[in-house]
Design a protein around this ligand. Structure first.
Ligand SMILES: Cc1cc2nc3c(=O)[nH]c(=O)nc-3n(C[C@H](O)[C@H](O)[C@H](O)COP(=O)(O)O)c2cc1C
Length: 508
Protein backbone atom coordinates (compact mmCIF):
# COMPACT_ATOMS: atom_id res chain seq x y z
CA UNK A 1 0.00 0.00 0.00
CA UNK A 2 1.24 3.45 -0.83
CA UNK A 3 0.11 5.74 1.92
CA UNK A 4 0.44 9.49 1.94
CA UNK A 5 2.94 10.20 4.70
CA UNK A 6 4.75 13.38 3.68
CA UNK A 7 2.83 15.61 6.12
CA UNK A 8 3.90 13.48 9.10
CA UNK A 9 7.53 13.48 8.00
CA UNK A 10 7.48 17.21 7.36
CA UNK A 11 6.04 17.92 10.80
CA UNK A 12 8.26 15.43 12.60
CA UNK A 13 11.44 16.82 11.04
CA UNK A 14 10.32 20.40 11.59
CA UNK A 15 9.84 19.82 15.32
CA UNK A 16 12.94 17.82 16.16
CA UNK A 17 15.07 19.13 18.99
CA UNK A 18 18.82 19.22 18.58
CA UNK A 19 21.67 20.77 20.53
CA UNK A 20 21.79 23.51 17.89
CA UNK A 21 18.05 24.08 17.49
CA UNK A 22 17.39 24.78 21.18
CA UNK A 23 20.19 27.37 21.14
CA UNK A 24 19.23 28.99 17.86
CA UNK A 25 15.56 29.19 18.57
CA UNK A 26 15.12 30.46 22.11
CA UNK A 27 11.58 31.31 23.14
CA UNK A 28 10.49 33.60 25.96
CA UNK A 29 7.09 33.32 27.57
CA UNK A 30 4.76 36.27 27.19
CA UNK A 31 2.93 36.37 30.51
CA UNK A 32 0.44 38.90 29.08
CA UNK A 33 -0.98 36.18 26.85
CA UNK A 34 -0.78 33.29 29.31
CA UNK A 35 -3.69 30.98 28.41
CA UNK A 36 -6.52 30.21 30.79
CA UNK A 37 -6.07 26.73 32.24
CA UNK A 38 -9.74 25.80 31.64
CA UNK A 39 -12.25 25.99 28.83
CA UNK A 40 -15.21 27.97 30.11
CA UNK A 41 -18.76 28.02 28.72
CA UNK A 42 -20.19 31.08 30.48
CA UNK A 43 -23.80 30.43 29.43
CA UNK A 44 -24.10 26.78 30.42
CA UNK A 45 -25.06 25.98 34.01
CA UNK A 46 -22.73 23.63 35.87
CA UNK A 47 -23.92 20.20 36.92
CA UNK A 48 -21.71 19.52 39.94
CA UNK A 49 -20.26 16.02 40.07
CA UNK A 50 -20.37 14.01 43.31
CA UNK A 51 -17.07 14.24 45.15
CA UNK A 52 -17.42 11.10 47.20
CA UNK A 53 -16.87 7.55 46.07
CA UNK A 54 -15.75 4.30 47.53
CA UNK A 55 -12.11 3.37 47.28
CA UNK A 56 -11.57 1.01 44.36
CA UNK A 57 -11.08 -2.67 44.79
CA UNK A 58 -8.31 -2.96 42.29
CA UNK A 59 -4.62 -2.55 43.03
CA UNK A 60 -2.78 -0.26 40.66
CA UNK A 61 -0.68 -3.11 39.27
CA UNK A 62 -3.74 -5.25 38.58
CA UNK A 63 -5.36 -2.22 36.97
CA UNK A 64 -2.53 -2.04 34.44
CA UNK A 65 -3.60 -5.36 32.99
CA UNK A 66 -7.11 -5.00 31.58
CA UNK A 67 -8.88 -8.01 30.10
CA UNK A 68 -10.10 -7.61 26.52
CA UNK A 69 -13.79 -7.45 27.35
CA UNK A 70 -15.13 -6.72 30.81
CA UNK A 71 -18.60 -7.52 32.14
CA UNK A 72 -21.79 -6.05 30.76
CA UNK A 73 -21.76 -3.01 32.93
CA UNK A 74 -22.57 0.68 32.67
CA UNK A 75 -20.85 3.25 34.88
CA UNK A 76 -22.90 5.07 37.50
CA UNK A 77 -22.62 8.81 37.91
CA UNK A 78 -20.36 8.20 40.92
CA UNK A 79 -18.10 5.91 38.85
CA UNK A 80 -17.89 8.59 36.16
CA UNK A 81 -17.13 11.22 38.70
CA UNK A 82 -14.24 9.21 40.18
CA UNK A 83 -13.04 8.34 36.71
CA UNK A 84 -12.91 11.99 35.63
CA UNK A 85 -11.31 13.05 38.89
CA UNK A 86 -8.51 10.49 38.68
CA UNK A 87 -8.02 11.12 34.96
CA UNK A 88 -7.97 14.90 34.76
CA UNK A 89 -9.15 16.31 38.11
CA UNK A 90 -7.21 18.82 40.17
CA UNK A 91 -5.39 16.91 42.89
CA UNK A 92 -2.97 19.57 44.12
CA UNK A 93 -2.39 23.27 43.86
CA UNK A 94 0.57 25.50 44.53
CA UNK A 95 0.68 29.25 45.08
CA UNK A 96 3.29 31.35 43.37
CA UNK A 97 3.76 35.15 43.35
CA UNK A 98 1.60 35.64 40.24
CA UNK A 99 -1.25 33.26 41.15
CA UNK A 100 -1.97 29.60 41.72
CA UNK A 101 -1.01 26.49 39.75
CA UNK A 102 -3.43 23.59 39.64
CA UNK A 103 -1.87 20.18 39.21
CA UNK A 104 -3.96 17.42 37.76
CA UNK A 105 -4.16 13.67 38.13
CA UNK A 106 -2.03 12.96 35.06
CA UNK A 107 1.26 14.53 34.06
CA UNK A 108 1.31 17.10 31.29
CA UNK A 109 4.00 19.00 29.39
CA UNK A 110 4.56 22.29 31.17
CA UNK A 111 1.51 21.67 33.42
CA UNK A 112 -0.51 23.46 30.72
CA UNK A 113 -3.32 20.90 30.52
CA UNK A 114 -4.43 21.45 26.95
CA UNK A 115 -6.51 18.27 26.76
CA UNK A 116 -10.29 18.63 27.27
CA UNK A 117 -12.68 15.78 28.02
CA UNK A 118 -16.25 15.50 26.77
CA UNK A 119 -18.68 12.82 27.82
CA UNK A 120 -21.44 11.36 25.65
CA UNK A 121 -23.97 9.02 27.24
CA UNK A 122 -27.36 7.41 27.10
CA UNK A 123 -29.71 8.00 30.04
CA UNK A 124 -27.88 6.93 33.19
CA UNK A 125 -29.05 7.05 36.77
CA UNK A 126 -28.51 10.67 37.80
CA UNK A 127 -27.47 11.87 34.33
CA UNK A 128 -29.65 12.25 31.31
CA UNK A 129 -28.56 11.36 27.80
CA UNK A 130 -26.43 14.08 26.27
CA UNK A 131 -23.11 15.51 25.22
CA UNK A 132 -21.32 17.12 28.15
CA UNK A 133 -18.14 19.09 28.71
CA UNK A 134 -16.10 18.26 31.81
CA UNK A 135 -14.60 21.24 33.62
CA UNK A 136 -12.01 20.18 36.23
CA UNK A 137 -11.93 23.79 37.55
CA UNK A 138 -15.32 23.55 39.26
CA UNK A 139 -15.53 19.76 38.90
CA UNK A 140 -18.73 19.93 36.91
CA UNK A 141 -20.30 18.78 33.71
CA UNK A 142 -22.08 21.15 31.36
CA UNK A 143 -24.77 19.89 29.02
CA UNK A 144 -24.00 20.97 25.46
CA UNK A 145 -26.52 18.82 23.60
CA UNK A 146 -29.38 16.91 25.19
CA UNK A 147 -30.14 13.51 23.59
CA UNK A 148 -28.39 10.27 22.84
CA UNK A 149 -25.60 10.81 20.27
CA UNK A 150 -23.81 7.48 20.65
CA UNK A 151 -25.23 6.15 17.37
CA UNK A 152 -23.73 9.08 15.53
CA UNK A 153 -20.34 8.46 17.13
CA UNK A 154 -20.40 4.73 16.38
CA UNK A 155 -21.31 5.39 12.78
CA UNK A 156 -18.59 8.09 12.44
CA UNK A 157 -16.19 5.48 13.80
CA UNK A 158 -17.10 2.95 11.12
CA UNK A 159 -19.21 0.89 13.58
CA UNK A 160 -16.23 0.09 15.78
CA UNK A 161 -17.66 -2.80 17.90
CA UNK A 162 -16.74 -1.37 21.31
CA UNK A 163 -18.65 1.84 20.52
CA UNK A 164 -21.73 -0.03 19.33
CA UNK A 165 -22.28 -1.33 22.86
CA UNK A 166 -20.83 1.46 24.99
CA UNK A 167 -23.23 3.30 27.31
CA UNK A 168 -20.67 6.10 27.63
CA UNK A 169 -18.03 7.50 25.29
CA UNK A 170 -15.32 9.90 26.38
CA UNK A 171 -13.98 12.25 23.72
CA UNK A 172 -10.57 13.87 24.17
CA UNK A 173 -9.64 17.06 22.35
CA UNK A 174 -6.51 19.21 22.19
CA UNK A 175 -6.50 23.01 22.49
CA UNK A 176 -3.58 24.38 20.48
CA UNK A 177 -2.89 27.70 22.19
CA UNK A 178 -2.96 26.45 25.75
CA UNK A 179 0.18 24.44 25.05
CA UNK A 180 1.60 26.32 22.04
CA UNK A 181 1.97 29.44 24.19
CA UNK A 182 5.08 27.73 25.55
CA UNK A 183 5.92 24.97 23.09
CA UNK A 184 4.83 26.51 19.76
CA UNK A 185 4.93 23.98 16.90
CA UNK A 186 5.89 21.09 19.23
CA UNK A 187 2.36 21.11 20.69
CA UNK A 188 1.09 18.58 18.19
CA UNK A 189 3.49 15.99 19.57
CA UNK A 190 2.39 16.99 23.08
CA UNK A 191 -1.24 16.35 22.17
CA UNK A 192 -0.42 12.66 21.86
CA UNK A 193 1.71 12.50 25.00
CA UNK A 194 -0.61 14.51 27.24
CA UNK A 195 -3.73 12.77 25.96
CA UNK A 196 -1.86 9.50 26.55
CA UNK A 197 -0.96 10.09 30.20
CA UNK A 198 -4.62 10.92 30.93
CA UNK A 199 -5.74 7.80 29.08
CA UNK A 200 -3.39 5.62 31.12
CA UNK A 201 -5.24 6.79 34.25
CA UNK A 202 -8.68 6.47 32.65
CA UNK A 203 -7.98 2.92 31.53
CA UNK A 204 -6.56 1.88 34.92
CA UNK A 205 -9.41 3.39 36.94
CA UNK A 206 -11.95 1.76 34.61
CA UNK A 207 -10.49 -1.65 35.41
CA UNK A 208 -11.14 -0.88 39.07
CA UNK A 209 -14.81 -0.33 38.24
CA UNK A 210 -15.00 -3.46 36.10
CA UNK A 211 -15.71 -1.39 32.98
CA UNK A 212 -14.56 -2.46 29.53
CA UNK A 213 -12.65 0.21 27.67
CA UNK A 214 -11.06 0.60 24.29
CA UNK A 215 -9.11 3.49 22.84
CA UNK A 216 -10.48 4.42 19.43
CA UNK A 217 -8.57 6.50 16.92
CA UNK A 218 -10.49 5.61 13.76
CA UNK A 219 -13.33 8.11 13.25
CA UNK A 220 -14.48 10.84 10.90
CA UNK A 221 -12.88 13.88 12.43
CA UNK A 222 -15.22 16.47 11.00
CA UNK A 223 -18.35 14.81 12.40
CA UNK A 224 -16.95 14.69 15.92
CA UNK A 225 -15.56 18.22 15.78
CA UNK A 226 -19.03 19.31 14.75
CA UNK A 227 -20.71 17.28 17.48
CA UNK A 228 -18.66 19.23 20.03
CA UNK A 229 -19.11 22.54 18.22
CA UNK A 230 -15.34 23.02 18.11
CA UNK A 231 -13.69 25.99 16.50
CA UNK A 232 -11.17 23.77 14.71
CA UNK A 233 -8.60 26.52 14.33
CA UNK A 234 -8.31 26.34 18.10
CA UNK A 235 -9.35 22.91 19.27
CA UNK A 236 -9.64 19.47 17.65
CA UNK A 237 -10.85 16.01 18.62
CA UNK A 238 -7.94 13.62 19.16
CA UNK A 239 -9.24 10.31 20.48
CA UNK A 240 -12.17 8.41 21.97
CA UNK A 241 -12.64 5.84 24.69
CA UNK A 242 -15.59 3.51 24.92
CA UNK A 243 -16.63 3.02 28.51
CA UNK A 244 -18.67 0.09 29.76
CA UNK A 245 -20.76 -2.38 27.85
CA UNK A 246 -24.50 -2.73 27.21
CA UNK A 247 -26.38 -5.71 25.83
CA UNK A 248 -28.14 -3.54 23.29
CA UNK A 249 -26.38 -2.06 20.33
CA UNK A 250 -26.73 1.47 19.00
CA UNK A 251 -26.28 0.14 15.46
CA UNK A 252 -28.31 2.00 12.89
CA UNK A 253 -29.33 4.80 15.25
CA UNK A 254 -28.44 7.91 13.36
CA UNK A 255 -28.91 11.47 14.46
CA UNK A 256 -28.58 14.61 12.46
CA UNK A 257 -26.49 17.36 13.94
CA UNK A 258 -28.08 20.73 14.46
CA UNK A 259 -25.50 23.51 14.51
CA UNK A 260 -24.79 24.77 18.02
CA UNK A 261 -23.85 28.27 19.06
CA UNK A 262 -22.12 28.08 22.41
CA UNK A 263 -20.10 31.00 23.73
CA UNK A 264 -16.64 30.20 25.10
CA UNK A 265 -14.44 32.56 27.11
CA UNK A 266 -11.81 33.79 24.64
CA UNK A 267 -8.05 33.65 25.14
CA UNK A 268 -5.90 36.76 24.77
CA UNK A 269 -3.28 37.19 22.04
CA UNK A 270 -3.45 33.72 20.53
CA UNK A 271 -0.85 32.90 17.90
CA UNK A 272 -1.81 30.49 15.16
CA UNK A 273 0.66 27.76 14.15
CA UNK A 274 -0.65 26.67 10.73
CA UNK A 275 1.87 23.85 10.40
CA UNK A 276 0.24 22.00 13.26
CA UNK A 277 -3.19 22.45 11.79
CA UNK A 278 -1.93 21.22 8.43
CA UNK A 279 -0.37 18.21 10.11
CA UNK A 280 -3.64 17.47 11.84
CA UNK A 281 -5.75 17.86 8.69
CA UNK A 282 -3.44 15.43 6.91
CA UNK A 283 -4.44 12.75 9.44
CA UNK A 284 -8.19 13.14 8.82
CA UNK A 285 -10.46 10.25 7.91
CA UNK A 286 -13.39 11.55 5.91
CA UNK A 287 -15.94 8.74 5.59
CA UNK A 288 -17.03 5.62 7.45
CA UNK A 289 -15.56 3.54 4.59
CA UNK A 290 -12.24 5.26 4.96
CA UNK A 291 -12.34 4.62 8.71
CA UNK A 292 -13.06 0.91 8.20
CA UNK A 293 -10.31 0.65 5.60
CA UNK A 294 -7.83 2.43 7.90
CA UNK A 295 -8.71 0.16 10.79
CA UNK A 296 -8.22 -2.98 8.71
CA UNK A 297 -4.48 -2.29 8.53
CA UNK A 298 -2.15 -2.96 11.38
CA UNK A 299 1.51 -2.46 11.82
CA UNK A 300 3.24 -5.60 13.07
CA UNK A 301 6.68 -5.04 14.49
CA UNK A 302 9.33 -7.52 13.45
CA UNK A 303 12.08 -7.72 16.02
CA UNK A 304 15.10 -9.86 15.43
CA UNK A 305 15.72 -12.51 18.11
CA UNK A 306 18.15 -11.32 20.80
CA UNK A 307 21.73 -11.39 19.58
CA UNK A 308 23.29 -10.28 22.86
CA UNK A 309 23.09 -11.54 26.40
CA UNK A 310 19.50 -11.41 27.63
CA UNK A 311 17.83 -11.47 31.02
CA UNK A 312 14.29 -12.47 31.86
CA UNK A 313 12.31 -10.05 33.97
CA UNK A 314 11.24 -11.15 37.44
CA UNK A 315 8.20 -8.97 38.26
CA UNK A 316 6.48 -9.00 41.64
CA UNK A 317 2.99 -10.50 41.92
CA UNK A 318 0.26 -7.84 42.20
CA UNK A 319 -0.31 -8.72 45.88
CA UNK A 320 3.14 -7.47 46.82
CA UNK A 321 2.17 -3.86 46.04
CA UNK A 322 -1.51 -3.70 46.98
CA UNK A 323 -2.11 0.07 46.90
CA UNK A 324 -5.26 0.97 45.04
CA UNK A 325 -5.05 2.79 41.76
CA UNK A 326 -6.43 5.99 43.34
CA UNK A 327 -3.80 5.96 46.04
CA UNK A 328 -1.10 5.58 43.47
CA UNK A 329 -2.55 8.34 41.28
CA UNK A 330 -2.87 10.57 44.37
CA UNK A 331 0.78 10.24 45.25
CA UNK A 332 1.99 10.52 41.65
CA UNK A 333 3.83 13.63 40.62
CA UNK A 334 6.75 14.12 38.28
CA UNK A 335 10.03 13.62 40.12
CA UNK A 336 11.91 16.90 40.23
CA UNK A 337 15.18 15.13 41.02
CA UNK A 338 16.42 11.58 41.47
CA UNK A 339 18.59 10.39 44.32
CA UNK A 340 21.17 8.32 42.40
CA UNK A 341 20.31 5.28 44.49
CA UNK A 342 19.91 1.74 43.27
CA UNK A 343 16.57 0.02 42.79
CA UNK A 344 15.95 -3.72 42.96
CA UNK A 345 15.70 -5.94 39.90
CA UNK A 346 12.20 -6.75 41.07
CA UNK A 347 11.11 -3.08 41.04
CA UNK A 348 12.67 -2.63 37.61
CA UNK A 349 11.01 -5.78 36.27
CA UNK A 350 7.67 -4.86 37.81
CA UNK A 351 7.63 -1.46 36.10
CA UNK A 352 8.53 -2.84 32.68
CA UNK A 353 6.25 -5.84 32.99
CA UNK A 354 3.04 -4.15 34.13
CA UNK A 355 3.46 -0.99 32.06
CA UNK A 356 3.80 -3.07 28.89
CA UNK A 357 0.77 -5.33 29.38
CA UNK A 358 -2.44 -5.23 27.37
CA UNK A 359 -3.47 -2.03 25.73
CA UNK A 360 -6.76 -2.29 23.84
CA UNK A 361 -6.85 0.17 21.00
CA UNK A 362 -8.25 0.01 17.50
CA UNK A 363 -4.88 0.95 15.99
CA UNK A 364 -3.06 -2.01 17.56
CA UNK A 365 -3.29 -5.69 16.82
CA UNK A 366 -3.77 -7.78 19.97
CA UNK A 367 -0.08 -8.03 20.79
CA UNK A 368 1.03 -5.12 18.66
CA UNK A 369 2.77 -1.89 19.51
CA UNK A 370 3.94 1.08 17.49
CA UNK A 371 6.79 1.90 19.86
CA UNK A 372 9.88 -0.08 20.84
CA UNK A 373 11.39 0.12 24.29
CA UNK A 374 15.08 1.04 24.50
CA UNK A 375 16.63 1.41 27.94
CA UNK A 376 19.61 2.99 29.59
CA UNK A 377 20.19 1.29 32.93
CA UNK A 378 22.26 3.24 35.47
CA UNK A 379 21.64 1.61 38.82
CA UNK A 380 19.53 -1.54 39.02
CA UNK A 381 20.72 -4.33 41.33
CA UNK A 382 22.20 -7.19 39.36
CA UNK A 383 22.01 -5.43 35.97
CA UNK A 384 25.19 -4.19 34.35
CA UNK A 385 24.91 -0.48 33.56
CA UNK A 386 24.45 -0.05 29.84
CA UNK A 387 21.92 0.15 27.05
CA UNK A 388 19.28 -2.53 26.50
CA UNK A 389 16.37 -3.46 24.25
CA UNK A 390 13.21 -4.71 25.95
CA UNK A 391 11.70 -7.68 24.11
CA UNK A 392 8.09 -7.29 25.22
CA UNK A 393 7.05 -10.60 23.70
CA UNK A 394 9.82 -12.50 25.51
CA UNK A 395 9.59 -10.54 28.79
CA UNK A 396 13.36 -10.11 28.63
CA UNK A 397 15.91 -7.37 28.14
CA UNK A 398 18.78 -7.74 25.72
CA UNK A 399 22.10 -6.10 26.43
CA UNK A 400 23.19 -3.81 23.60
CA UNK A 401 26.20 -2.08 25.12
CA UNK A 402 27.71 -1.93 28.61
CA UNK A 403 28.92 1.35 30.06
CA UNK A 404 28.19 4.15 32.47
CA UNK A 405 25.95 6.35 30.36
CA UNK A 406 24.74 8.77 33.03
CA UNK A 407 26.23 11.86 31.43
CA UNK A 408 25.17 10.77 28.02
CA UNK A 409 21.58 10.13 29.16
CA UNK A 410 21.52 13.64 30.63
CA UNK A 411 22.63 15.01 27.29
CA UNK A 412 20.06 12.95 25.33
CA UNK A 413 17.32 14.23 27.65
CA UNK A 414 17.86 17.83 26.59
CA UNK A 415 20.81 18.34 28.95
CA UNK A 416 18.67 17.84 32.06
CA UNK A 417 19.90 16.18 35.25
CA UNK A 418 16.81 13.95 35.58
CA UNK A 419 17.68 11.22 33.04
CA UNK A 420 21.31 11.21 34.28
CA UNK A 421 20.32 10.74 37.93
CA UNK A 422 17.49 8.23 37.42
CA UNK A 423 17.99 4.51 38.06
CA UNK A 424 16.97 3.82 34.45
CA UNK A 425 15.48 5.57 31.43
CA UNK A 426 13.04 4.23 28.86
CA UNK A 427 13.28 5.69 25.36
CA UNK A 428 10.38 4.93 23.07
CA UNK A 429 11.48 4.69 19.47
CA UNK A 430 9.20 3.94 16.57
CA UNK A 431 9.93 2.50 13.18
CA UNK A 432 7.98 5.41 11.69
CA UNK A 433 8.71 4.35 8.11
CA UNK A 434 6.86 1.09 8.63
CA UNK A 435 4.20 2.52 10.96
CA UNK A 436 3.31 5.28 8.49
CA UNK A 437 3.39 2.85 5.60
CA UNK A 438 0.71 0.80 7.41
CA UNK A 439 -1.34 3.60 8.97
CA UNK A 440 -0.60 6.72 6.89
CA UNK A 441 -0.29 10.16 8.46
CA UNK A 442 -2.77 9.11 11.13
CA UNK A 443 -0.18 6.58 12.23
CA UNK A 444 1.89 9.51 13.50
CA UNK A 445 -0.97 10.52 15.78
CA UNK A 446 -1.28 6.89 16.90
CA UNK A 447 2.45 6.50 17.63
CA UNK A 448 2.56 9.64 19.76
CA UNK A 449 -0.63 8.66 21.58
CA UNK A 450 0.55 5.13 22.30
CA UNK A 451 3.86 6.45 23.66
CA UNK A 452 1.95 8.81 25.94
CA UNK A 453 -0.22 5.96 27.24
CA UNK A 454 2.85 3.80 27.84
CA UNK A 455 4.53 6.72 29.60
CA UNK A 456 1.44 7.17 31.77
CA UNK A 457 1.50 3.47 32.61
CA UNK A 458 5.17 3.76 33.58
CA UNK A 459 4.25 6.61 35.95
CA UNK A 460 1.61 4.40 37.59
CA UNK A 461 3.80 1.30 37.82
CA UNK A 462 6.72 3.32 39.24
CA UNK A 463 4.60 4.94 41.93
CA UNK A 464 2.97 1.57 42.69
CA UNK A 465 6.42 0.21 43.63
CA UNK A 466 7.19 3.37 45.64
CA UNK A 467 9.55 4.92 43.14
CA UNK A 468 9.33 8.16 41.17
CA UNK A 469 9.18 8.90 37.45
CA UNK A 470 9.00 11.74 35.00
CA UNK A 471 8.34 12.28 31.32
CA UNK A 472 11.08 14.12 29.45
CA UNK A 473 11.96 15.67 26.14
CA UNK A 474 15.06 14.75 24.15
CA UNK A 475 17.39 15.39 21.23
CA UNK A 476 15.69 13.32 18.54
CA UNK A 477 18.52 12.23 16.28
CA UNK A 478 21.08 11.79 19.04
CA UNK A 479 18.75 9.29 20.74
CA UNK A 480 18.35 7.22 17.56
CA UNK A 481 22.11 7.37 16.94
CA UNK A 482 22.92 6.26 20.47
CA UNK A 483 20.82 3.09 20.15
CA UNK A 484 22.04 2.29 16.64
CA UNK A 485 22.81 0.03 14.90
CA UNK A 486 19.92 -1.73 16.70
CA UNK A 487 17.64 1.30 16.28
CA UNK A 488 18.82 2.29 12.82
CA UNK A 489 16.06 4.05 10.88
CA UNK A 490 13.81 4.49 13.93
CA UNK A 491 12.59 7.78 15.35
CA UNK A 492 12.63 8.92 18.97
CA UNK A 493 9.10 9.46 20.24
CA UNK A 494 9.14 9.81 24.03
CA UNK A 495 11.34 9.42 27.11
CA UNK A 496 10.60 8.39 30.70
CA UNK A 497 13.06 8.40 33.62
CA UNK A 498 12.43 6.26 36.72
CA UNK A 499 14.08 5.87 40.09
CA UNK A 500 13.97 6.92 43.73
CA UNK A 501 12.78 10.48 43.30
CA UNK A 502 11.89 13.67 45.05
CA UNK A 503 8.61 15.30 44.13
CA UNK A 504 7.75 18.94 44.05
CA UNK A 505 6.35 19.82 47.50
CA UNK A 506 2.61 19.90 47.11
CA UNK A 507 0.21 22.39 48.66
CA UNK A 508 -1.69 19.60 50.42
C1 LIG B 1 5.28 14.32 27.89
C2 LIG B 1 5.92 14.97 29.07
C3 LIG B 1 7.16 15.59 28.94
C4 LIG B 1 7.75 16.19 30.04
N1 LIG B 1 8.98 16.76 29.91
C5 LIG B 1 9.61 17.27 31.00
C6 LIG B 1 10.93 17.77 30.91
O1 LIG B 1 11.55 17.76 29.84
N2 LIG B 1 11.50 18.25 32.05
C7 LIG B 1 10.84 18.26 33.23
O2 LIG B 1 11.43 18.70 34.24
N3 LIG B 1 9.57 17.78 33.35
C8 LIG B 1 8.95 17.29 32.27
N4 LIG B 1 7.67 16.78 32.38
C9 LIG B 1 6.95 16.83 33.65
C10 LIG B 1 5.90 17.95 33.66
O3 LIG B 1 6.54 19.20 33.84
C11 LIG B 1 4.88 17.69 34.76
O4 LIG B 1 4.12 16.59 34.39
C12 LIG B 1 3.94 18.85 35.00
O5 LIG B 1 4.62 19.95 35.55
C13 LIG B 1 2.81 18.46 35.93
O6 LIG B 1 3.31 18.05 37.19
P1 LIG B 1 3.06 16.62 37.80
O7 LIG B 1 3.43 15.59 36.76
O8 LIG B 1 3.97 16.57 39.00
O9 LIG B 1 1.62 16.50 38.16
C14 LIG B 1 7.08 16.19 31.29
C15 LIG B 1 5.82 15.57 31.39
C16 LIG B 1 5.25 14.96 30.30
C17 LIG B 1 3.91 14.31 30.44
Amino acid sequence: MNRETSAAWHYHNLTKHSYESVRKDRHYLDWETQPLPFKVYPDLPPIPLPREWEELRSSALAALNPSPVGDDKAPTLTDLSALLYFSAGILKSRRYPGGEMFFRAASCTGALYEIEIYLVCRDLEGLRAGVYHFNPGDFSLRLMRPGDYRGLIASAAGDEPSLLYAPVVLIFSGTFWRNAWKYRNRTYRHFGWDNGTILANTLAVSVGYGLSTKVVLGFEDETLNELLNLDVKREVVLSLVSLGRDRDTVLGRKQTLEPLKLGVVAQKGEIDYPEMRQMHSATFLTSAQEVAEWRSHHYSPKHPAPQGESFRLAPAPVEKYPDSVERVISRRGSSRSFQRKSITFEQFSTILHYASLNLWADFLSSSGTLNDWYLIVHDVDGVQPGSYFFHRDRRAIELLRTGNFRNLAGRLGLEQALPADAAFDVFFLSDLHAVLEALGNRGYRAAQLEAGILGGKIYLASYAVHLGATGLTFYDDEVADFFSPHARGKSAIFLMACGPGRKRPSAF
